[in-house]
Design a protein around this ligand. Sequence first.
Ligand code: GLU
Ligand code: ZN
Length: 291
Amino acid sequence: MVYTGRFAPSPTGPLHFGSLLAALASYLDARSHQGYWLVRIEDLDPPREIKGATDSILRTLEQLGLHWDHKIVRQSHRLSLYNDILIDLTNNGLTYPCTCSRQQIQLRIGNALYDGFCRDHRPEADQLCAIRSRYDTNYSFDDRILGHQDFAYQKEDFVIFRRDGFFAYQLAVTIDDAEQQITHVVRGSDLLDSTPKQIHLQRQLGYHQPVYAHIPVATNALGQKLSKQTFAPALNQNERVQLVIKALNFLGQQPIAELADSTIEECLSWAVEHWNLTAIPACLSMPLEKS
Ligand code: GLU
Ligand code: ZN
């Protein structure tokens, strides 16, 4: 199989430093393996979507010289595919409807993992339902950065179709990674807990399992995620290079001083040539200031 990587932003705002890290790391890993790099817009959650965010993200990627292969896939155009697969899973007895509201769950078990209440409490007709995946197995996998990951402690029947009528991220991302023949996933470690859920669905659906690498999430000095610091697409040449150098430093690469005066293309081709995944710090999050 040809190396195929991807960047899969949700259009909930313009690109920010955290999403730039995922974009850059997945791009450099793909290009350094002479692989494809695809972009998929995960626009499955209209209530959280910000108008214009997709265009803004794509323009920023282009400005940063992160050019993708093939056509962009938008999840909002693939609902009938997700629906067919949801029906297959359900017909195979691998799902069940759940009528619990967030509030009911909170009252019953607090913030604990979902307790499987609706496994034995069938909803009455016309009740608003989510659909959960039955999740009884323990999964582990070897992360290219974080090493062996074991999730025995957090088994939870997770939602694959939301009570408000939308397909859930876990289902769509699993289907799309398989359908786009993604061989390597490089993304933020905020999604580490999602990986066993996606592996679970891959096994049930007979999909190939991609190889995973989870990069640290950038935080401020207080340990909070940096997702609010967004970039407008209109960066000048020098700002673009500075940004990529900052991201390379965070990712443990050692950009040489000369890059500061290079073009964005020169900077990226240096980064592809010198890409060293093993230099990425093996941790879940890291303050940006220290790097
Ligand atoms: N769309 C997800 C996000 O922006 C990322 C999905 C993934 O990389 O698996 O958080
Ligand atoms: Zn329930």
